[in-house]
Write a protein that binds this ligand. Structure first.
Ligand code: PGA
Length: 255
């Protein structure tokens, strides 16, 4: 049985002071929610402080990116070794990394390998752009990303995948529950072919892209969708707590 999973990707938002305030607003309420794994992914500069704030709670910490080398002369980069002292998770291959910072599947593949080698669970993001969707290429794009991003990696169960259609991110135009569920089923089938059926059944696959407290139920009601990667709405404590509450509640009923 896959346990429900909700991660908040704060992106390049919140100063260290604002981040601590946001955590304080959510900490107790999130901590009390059973039945969903809860992960916060603040900016790098807040990881140390938030790691301390989350000690003894049921809330886990993730980073938003990392470099694939473990140490050395890579000015400005953060390594998996550094993160593994603070975090359990790291978002990799987010479309903003792929499209604004030129991250290729080859780079993403190196990062996934480096994360796994350093006891970090990747939250690997895949998804098609608008032109690709309109050209009917969603499945091709996703198949290419999954195959290339996991190239040379033995089947592993300690990672999470997020299906994030690029056209739905930060646009307020979320995919429909049906669309998301169908593509997530396609991803699971692709993983079954690449690795094996039992791993594909065990891996959590999330939906991400304009998830809010008003539409989360539509996604979570589908058994194929194991949770959400939430951007904008994760910066509002009430919304994020509500998204996690609804996820735990609805998934608890579906079981
Ligand atoms: P959004 O971002 O919820 O603001 O659309 C999701 C993401 O990029 O992970």
């Amino acid at each position: 049985m896959r346990s429900p999973f909700v991660a908040g990707n704060w992106k390049m938002n919140t100063t260290a002071t604002e981040a601590e305030k946001l955590v304080l607003e959510m900490l107790d309420k999130l901590d009390r929610i059973k039945g969903a794994e809860k992960v916060l992914c603040p900016p790098f500069v807040s990881l140390v402080a938030i790691n301390m704030m989350l000690q003894g709670s049921s809330i886990k910490l993730g980073a938003q990116n990392m470099y694939f080398e473990t140490e050395g002369a890579y000015t400005g980069e953060i390594s998996p070794v550094m993160l593994s002292e603070l975090c359990e998770f790291v978002i990799l291959g987010h479309s903003e990394r792929r499209w604004y910072f030129g991250e290729t599947d080859e780079i993403v593949n190196k990062k996934v390998k480096a994360a796994l080698a350093n006891r970090l669970q990747p939250i690997l993001c895949v998804g098609e752009r608008l032109a690709e969707k309109e050209a009917g290429k969603t499945e091709d794009v996703i198949n290419r990303q999954v195959t290339a991003d996991f190239k040379g990696i033995e089947p592993v169960s300690n990672l999470v995948i997020a299906y994030e259609p690029v056209w739905a991110i930060g646009t307020g135009k979320a995919a429909s529950g049906e669309q998301a569920a169908a593509t997530i089923q396609f991803i699971r089938d692709a993983l079954a072919k690449l690795w094996n059926k039992s791993i594909a059944q065990d891996l959590r696959i999330l939906y991400g892209g304009s998830v809010t407290s008003a539409n989360i139920a539509e996604f979570i009601a589908h058994p194929e969708i194991d949770g959400a990667l939430v951007g904008g709405a994760s910066l509002k404590s009430e919304d994020f707590v509500s998204i996690v509450e609804q996820t735990a509640e609805i998934k608890g009923r579906v079981k």
